[in-house]
Design a binder for this molecule. Sequence first.
Ligand SMILES: [Zn+2]
Length: 179
Amino acid sequence: MNDRSSTALAIPTNSNLTGMDHLWAGWRSTYITGAGDPEPDGCLFCRLPDQPDRESLIIARGHTAFTALNRFPYTTGHVMIAPFRHIADPGDLNDSERSELWESLVVAQRALQPAMSPDGFNLGANLGRVAGAGVPGHFHLHLVPRWEGDANFMTTVGGTRVIPEDLADTWEKLRAVLE
Ligand SMILES: [Zn+2]
């Protein structure tokens, strides 16, 4: 038991981690400090659609799901796609939510490609607080553009907030591509 625990605790400081390992740890740390309350009335993903797009950083709204820039991005262009309904388990999504989440993902990726010319993407979801979800009550996908050689840079600045002007610029770029 002790051996298992110490092995698990040693993982974050292991310098042989891949970029993906760093990425998921990064989401966990930003969300613990950044987003907080999992209750429906305090839920980030329930609040965002009530705000104007420029303030919520929403880049696209569908019938059942929306896409927004992450205010605490892992890389520039880090977007999140969520259903409007407060659902924790992807198994509880209805058919239209499932199809629109995937369609929104495709649209976001196709917008990010010409807007930011990434070399690749990370796509994922954190289910449950133990898995790194900061808003475990509201299912959402992360789509994170990646560039050749960004891993070292990101390890250094992980957890640093991007200044609001950068987010506004990214929002403008993506909206321009989508319109
Ligand atoms: Zn919610």
